[in-house]
Design a protein around this ligand. Structure first.
Ligand code: FRU
Length: 549
């Protein structure tokens, strides 16, 4: 045996002993043979840089709180694409945690996945880590894609990647490996995705049209816009070598230039990008997704732009354009492919936990379907944040003119079965009838109630105000709301209660809001209608099914 063979043989024995893992201070090497790498996380320790090198080449740099001993929870990296390769991990923190990283075909906690105590049962959440904005919502080849802001390494915001999940029906989701990883231009902030049917960017060399993602790369110095394409229905992306495609910090004298929302503008046969820059939404146009021309700017919007056309009352001959930012306020106006002209001030259609909602591109049936980030945490869980129910946005004529309505998409109906229905009850009667449902994990409740002696009335769950309707100051849960017919003295609500969240759709979607489900510890009332002499005109209870098999 020569020296080289001896060395290799010894390494192999060591590797076998360590399960394909060798280590020295501050680094380990792993021969990848399994699907996941599992990492212990402790919030007792500070974040430190962890660098991955694949077969000697730098691949990814993130920060993580590697637990030297007791872990609060475990996170993972899907390394199935690295099978047969050598992964070197270096860590600048306490390296006791390095030795605890292990590879396996399951992630730590796989047995209880989706059945954890505080796992939402009919909302999308990620298996591990943090999520915020939905990104790249697009339909392609029979699948809906939900990409999202994701920190795979901790349940707090950091290390932005694009996570990825797919669905056949917008309700049941399957989480896939992450789609976009931080690179030398920065971490992967929010953006959108389109299908380049005409191959305008030239990325498609074979048969299927390319899916092109437009995203922001965030670095300490600035935010620039990049594109990446996928020829395998979103499973893998290649970043365009000419990135960034927009670098506009010097123009705005601001770091805040981000969240490109791209769509095809049919009448002009060109691409449009709405991009949030400093104090509003800019419009850029392009023929090929690579070269972008600045066109115009509307001030007064922040983060996550949206711009789309909607028919009024379903009439395609009569449309308006809707522009919104991350916060749930919107403007109506006209758009000529280059300039959005608002016709009035801002309106609000939704509030509460929702933020950074985005709508799907390339919907097969032309509906405008939205998904919003639910800023909701789940006590004691190794994951954080969620996606709210997908909703359909429509413009409907009201006495004040056309307004945006927002209701859960019809596909959500499959999750709820009617179990009880009552009419015309006093609040005391209704409260008693609801007794048996107080502690249900998931429920949908529809109700209409009428005020006659009270200026305000509402509906609580263990002290938490699901509805607080004040007809004197015209507010619902603190936000101004005036119904189509205020003289009716009625309000109706469609309420979705999951383990950690509550979503409320008022009067057929004229206004909506969401909140964390937070029972008051000392309150024993359960479901509780309140308000002097109110009439509960309708009350329906539905049981809820889990979306996780
Ligand atoms: C909105 C936002 C975006 C940004 C992303 C970063 O929640 O701040 O503007 O791209 O989150 O995660």
């Amino acid at each position: 045996m020569n020296l080289q063979t001896f060395k290799t043989a010894t390494t192999c024995v060591l590797m076998l002993l360590l399960g394909g893992l060798s280590s020295k201070a501050g680094e380990i090497e792993i021969n990848i043979s399994k699907r996941y790498l599992n990492f212990p996380v402790s919030h007792e320790v500070d974040r430190a840089e962890m660098v991955f090198q694949v077969d000697g080449k730098p691949d990814l740099s993130v920060v993580i709180r590697l637990a030297p001993d007791q872990a609060d929870y475990w996170v993972f990296k899907d390394v199935s694409d690295l099978k047969g390769k050598t992964l070197k991990i270096t860590y600048r923190g306490n390296d006791a945690g390095l030795a605890r990283i292990y590879q396996a075909d399951t992630l730590t906690g796989q047995d209880s996945l989706y059945r954890e105590r505080n796992r939402p049962q009919f909302h999308f959440t990620t298996r591990r880590g943090w999520i915020n904005d939905p990104n790249g919502l697009v339909y392609h080849d029979g699948q809906y894609h939900l990409f999202y802001q994701h920190n795979p390494y901790e349940r707090e915001w950091q290390n932005m990647h694009w996570g990825h999940a797919v669905s056949d029906d917008l309700i049941h989701w399957q989480e896939l490996p992450d789609a976009l990883y931080p690179d030398e231009l920065g971490t992967m902030f929010s953006g959108s995705a389109v299908i380049d049917y005409d191959n305008t960017a030239g990325f498609n060399t074979g048969g299927t049209p390319a899916m092109v993602a437009a995203y922001t790369a965030d670095s300490p110095d600035k935010q620039v816009q990049g594109i990446a394409y996928s020829l395998d229905n979103g499973r893998t992306f290649t970043k365009y070598e000419g990135n960034p495609v927009i670098d506009s910090k010097h123009i705005w004298n601001s770091k805040d230039t981000r969240d490109p929302k791209v769509f095809w503008y049919e009448p002009g046969s060109h691409w449009v990008m709405a991009l949030n820059e400093r104090d509003g939404h800019s419009i850029y146009t392009s023929a090929n997704l690579k070269d972008w021309k600045y066109e115009s700017h509307v001030t007064g919007f922040w983060e996550c732009p949206e711009l789309f056309e909607l028919p009024i009352d379903g009439n395609p001959e009569n449309t308006k354009w809707v522009m919104y930012g991350a916060s749930g306020t919107y403007m109506l106006g006209a758009f000529d492919g280059k300039v959005f002209t608002p016709e009035a001030g801002k309106y609000q259609y939704t509030t509460g936990s929702i933020y950074a909602a985005q709508t799907f591109t390339n919907m097969p049936d032309g509906r405008r379907v939205q998904v919003g980030w639910g800023r909701i945490s789940h006590a004691g869980m190794p994951f954080n944040g969620m996606m709210l129910l997908p909703t359909e946005l429509t413009l409907r004529t009201t006495k004040d003119g056309p307004r945006l309505f927002n209701v859960p998409i019809k596909e959500t109906e499959q999750l709820f079965s009617a179990v009880r229905r009552w009419e015309s009850r006093t609040s005391d009667q209704a409260n008693e009838l609801l007794d048996e449902f107080d502690r249900a994990d998931g429920l949908r409740i529809k109700t209409t109630f009428k005020l006659s002696h009270a200026t305000n009335a509402g509906f609580n769950l263990f002290g938490q105000r699901i509805i607080d309707y004040d007809l004197n100051s015209n507010t619902v849960n603190g936000t101004f709301y005036s119904p189509e017919d205020p003289t009716s003295m009625e309000i109706s609500a469609d309420i979705y209660i999951d383990r950690t969240s509550i979503e409320v759709f008022i009067d057929g979607g004229a206004f909506s809001y969401s909140m964390e489900r937070k029972p008051h510890a000392d309150n024993q009332e359960g479901f509780h209608f309140w308000g002097n002499n109110i009439e509960v005109k309708n009350l329906e209870v539905f049981s809820a099914q889990s979306i996780w098999k």
